[in-house]
Design a protein around this ligand. Structure first.
Ligand code: SF4
Ligand SMILES: [Zn+2]
Length: 320
């Protein structure tokens, strides 16, 4: 089967402006860990693929995207696997090199890949940097707090592991993108807000920080909590507040794509303002202009402010 798991076009921020970006999610054997409480990406993985089939998946996605989305080629190419780009069992080294060579032929200005820290070694990163002038490695740290990451997310690595991998990435001349998770399970709205701001401060050396707003994926532990009404995805107001506060001290590129915004499973406010707040967050991500976050308002902001205070006094989620 030579079909990738997913592919789409989006915008990102590069060189001071919005940039065309292609995202390709290759279907590999998937993440080796697959135990994070909020993650259902293992459902996108498949049977082992031959090196040729993996490259064909990539070619298929690029062909479709070129025909469908833009007359001009992408400036950023994100090559994901719902796992780790540097895991040799997912993508053998020769496949990584081949795909990066093809990305270079497209003339992209930046390639973004993702990996857990344990697969990030100087040799693997160096080999890829040789095939890609402007490589960015994204690591899902989620939070700088080891307790939250271990007990609530079950991520399976420590801040120390992340820092080692980050040093390797930077040391080999690649740039670093750090994912932070807004509202892991078992945190109140306020605690989640404080956690993500604190985490951004701890990883402010990252070239890009991506604030990932937690959404409820199917067949996950988080879904069970959500069904039991013990979890509510973050308010979009919390995301806006976090972006404003992080931007005060962070000099790198700060982005957030509110996936599933407005749905009960995704980050949401009252239902009336979700669309415009999500649009403002997306606009901020491709402009870095804080003014766009100040524009939209809604009565539900009062309700959100109350929840920030009230939830600390309860033992479960305050309903909408
Ligand atoms: S490491 Fe990433 S892909 Fe693997 S289970 Fe955790 S969140 Fe999912
Ligand atoms: Zn509202």
């Amino acid at each position: 089967m030579d079909l990738p798991a997913k592919f789409w076009a989006e915008q990102d921020f590069l060189g001071g402006r919005a940039a065309r970006s292609f995202v390709v999610v290759l279907r590999t054997i998937g993440c080796r860990w697959r135990r994070c409480t909020m993650c259902g990406y293992w459902q996108e993985s498949g049977t082992p693929q031959s090196p040729e089939a993996l490259v064909r998946q990539f070619e298929f996605a690029i062909r479709k995207l070129k025909g469908r989305c833009y007359a001009e080629p992408p400036e950023i190419l994100k090559i994901y696997t719902s796992g780790s780009f540097f895991d040799d069992d997912e993508l053998p080294p020769a496949v990584r090199a081949e795909i990066l060579d093809r990305a270079a032929e497209l003339g992209v200005r930046k390639v973004v890949v993702e990996s857990r820290p344990e697969f990030i070694t100087p040799e693997r990163v160096r080999a890829c940097v040789e095939h890609s002038e402007n490589l960015e490695v994204a690591i899902g740290l989620e939070t700088s707090d080891d307790f939250i990451r271990e007990k609530f997310i079950n991520k399976g690595f420590s801040l120390k592991d992340f820092l080692r991998a980050a040093k390797v990435v930077k040391g080999e001349g690649a740039s670093l993108r750090t994912y932070l998770l807004m509202k892991p399970p078992f945190l109140s709205e306020r605690a989640a807000l404080e956690d993500v701001v604190r985490s951004a401060r701890a990883v402010a050396f990252s070239d890009v920080i991506s604030l990932n707003l937690c959404n409820v994926q199917r067949n996950t532990f988080l879904e069970k909590l959500w069904q039991e009404r013990c979890y509510r995805p973050p308010w979009l107001w919390s995301a806006v507040e976090a972006l404003k506060r992080i931007k005060e001290f962070y000099r790198g590129v700060l982005i957030s794509d509110p996936v599933g915004a407005g749905s009960q499973r995704g980050p949401h406010n009252c239902g009336r303002c979700d669309r415009k707040i999500a649009a403002a967050i997306r606009r901020f991500s491709v402009t870095q202009d804080l003014n766009v976050l100040a524009e939209p308002t809604c009565d539900c902001m009062e309700h959100w402010l109350k929840i920030l205070g009230l939830e600390e006094l309860t033992f479960c989620v305050v309903p909408d």
